[in-house]
Design a protein around this ligand. Structure first.
Ligand SMILES: [Zn+2]
Length: 44
């Protein structure tokens, strides 16, 4: 089972996000809670 990139907990519902690190696209997997937090963080 996939694990959340942030909290490390195995989740059934995974959200895929794309981060930009040093001009490279990095795909990460987040659980729902971390995904919501990430969305809030990019809103500013
Ligand atoms: Zn998480």
């Amino acid at each position: 089972m996939d694990m959340c990139h942030y909290c490390g907990y195995p989740m059934e519902n995974i959200h895929r996000i794309t981060l930009y690190k040093e001009n490279e696209e990095v795909n990460e997997l987040l659980c729902k809670e971390c995904y919501v937090e990430w969305l809030e963080s990019i809103k500013g």
